[in-house]
Design a binder for this molecule. Structure first.
Ligand code: HEM
Length: 449
């Protein structure tokens, strides 16, 4: 789907308009247009298109990612920002680092299943960030089983067209209609409530580590959120942050596997800054511009959310004499934008150096919207960036250690384990769930110019 959008953008221009029935769909496919529309007009694009099955019935109107702008959205978003902004994200670094060391060992031990290991890492980190230290870790844990069930529900409902109510809204008032969606709602609400109750319990026993849930509960009066809104807000982190983080890390791994020369530059930098006597930490971050450039370029080269997320125009937006009508669904298509040949010359080429100036410093005049746009930009981006950083740093570093069998073997307990592991993995490609979502819309869509 994202590739088709890119072809249309290359052929017809930076902003294209499609139609599905009476619904206008606008796709933004170049950097300038994204800055001028998705960012500058962010206030008029804060809404999401209405989602009755998933957003209203199954989520009781409390799932942030499906929610339109408005008073509830502002309260939730403010609370989310307060406990995920850069300073808050620092609190979660230790958990990310610990989990990163575990997953790197799993990958080196069992490289063929690297995607599965990374998925487990992502789920485990988000649970730790959201609910703190007493999160479950085993796959048989009843909570993990409930979470897997929850994911299946979402996957079933998120596919467009599964529930007719999204096309024929009055169906929701037909007695008996949507019973399964209401059951799913009860299921997830009770799961989210139980998870947050555990944090309350940990807090009362004085055993709660830093977590997003704990910070919400501690600031309950300031945030003016109901118990269920808080429970859903925590649940939202898991559903919005797990798959995306897993795709992001897997993309880094595969990109490194495909580009040994770029990998070598990162490793040289790690050799110089970290050396072989200790594992990389978050303190090295600012000394590793090659590694940061590699991450930025990988997020551009293979964006984790290629199609982008749907926004909805709340008023007419005039852009260079053309009108994006109120009510239109608007996508900033990350894939097409990442192929902008002016912003990113030779865009198919994976070239981390484009993010660096001649002195090897990170450039401040280049940007890509890997985390979305305007008032809906991903609130988890600081946590996500930290996961990407620590995983890539640990992986690159561990490969260097592997090349030196005489390397110190007892540093952090990690080096010891790494030294005996097999070298790199085979690459296969990551399925991108996002691609599925729009397929049906596109099949019924006709280009109108
Ligand atoms: C590499 C990892 C990630 C990527 C690439 C990513 C990307 C995105 C994108 C593109 C959006 C939609 C922005 C828009 O509508 O324009 C989004 C929304 C969101 N993300 Fe992330 N994300 C990542 C990780 C995370 C993490 C770790 C969390 C939580 C800790 C998170 C929480 C959310 C939430 C709650 C939303 C919905 C925001 C809203 O609708 O207002 N994401 N993300």
């Amino acid at each position: 789907m994202a590739h088709r959008f890119e072809k249309l953008v290359a052929e017809y221009g930076p902003v294209i308009s499609l139609r599905e029935g009476s619904q206008v769909i606008i796709v933004i496919g170049r950097m300038d247009a994204a800055a001028e529309i998705m960012e500058k007009e962010g206030g008029a694009l804060v809404d999401r298109p209405r989602s009755i099955a998933l957003g209203e019935i199954m989520s009781g109107g409390m799932r942030m990612i499906m929610m339109s702008g408005g008073e509830r959205f502002r309260r939730l978003r403010k609370a989310m920002h307060a406990h995920l902004q850069p300073k808050a994200a620092v609190e979660y670094q230790d958990m990310q680092s610990d989990a990163g060391k575990e997953v790197i060992l799993d990958i080196l031990n069992d490289p063929k299943n690297h995607v599965r290991h990374v998925q487990r890492y992502a789920a485990s980190v988000i649970l730790r960030v959201t609910y703190g230290k007493s999160t479950p870790t085993s796959n048989d844990d009843p909570e993990v089983v409930r979470l897997q069930e929850e994911f299946k529900h979402i996957q079933a409902v998120v596919v467009p067209g599964t529930f007719l109510v999204d096309r024929i809204p009055f169906l929701r008032y037909v007695p008996g209609y949507g019973r399964v969606l209401r059951e799913y709602h009860e299921f997830e609400l009770s799961l989210f409530r139980d998870q947050l109750a555990r944090v309350t319990d940990d807090m009362s026993k004085g055993e709660a580590g830093p977590s997003f849930g704990r910070r919400l509960l501690e600031n309950i009066h300031e945030h003016r959120l109901s118990g269920d809104e808080m429970a859903y807000l925590c649940g939202a982190l898991f559903t919005a942050g797990t798959d995306t983080t897993a795709v992001g890390i897997t993309t880094l791994i595969l990109t490194a596997a495909c580009h040994p020369e770029a990998q070598a530059r990162v490793q040289e930098e790690i050799d110089a800054v970290v050396g072989k006597d200790r594992a990389p930490t978050f303190e090295d971050w600012n000394q590793l511009p090659q590694l940061q450039a590699f991450i930025s370029e990988a997020l551009r080269w293979r964006p984790a959310a290629p199609v982008g997320f749907a926004h909805r125009a709340t008023k007419d937006i005039i852009w260079r004499g053309q009108c994006i009508p109120a009510g239109a669904t608007v996508y900033g298509c990350h894939w097409a934008i990442s192929r902008d040949p002016i912003a990113f010359p030779d865009p198919e080429r994976f070239d981390p150096q484009r993010w660096l100036d001649p002195n090897g410093e990170l450039r401040t005049d280049i940007h890509f919207y890997a985390y979305g746009f305007g008032r809906r930009v991903c609130p988890g981006l600081h946590v996500a960036n930290r996961s990407l950083y620590i995983n890539l740093a640990l992986l690159m570093w561990s490969f260097r250690i592997l090349e030196r069998p005489d390397a110190p073997i007892d540093v952090n307990g990690f080096t010891a384990a790494v030294v005996s592991r097999a070298p790199p993995f085979e690459a296969d490609f990551v399925p991108r769930m996002e691609e599925k979502k729009l397929r049906e819309i596109m099949e019924n869509t006709h280009y109108i110019g």
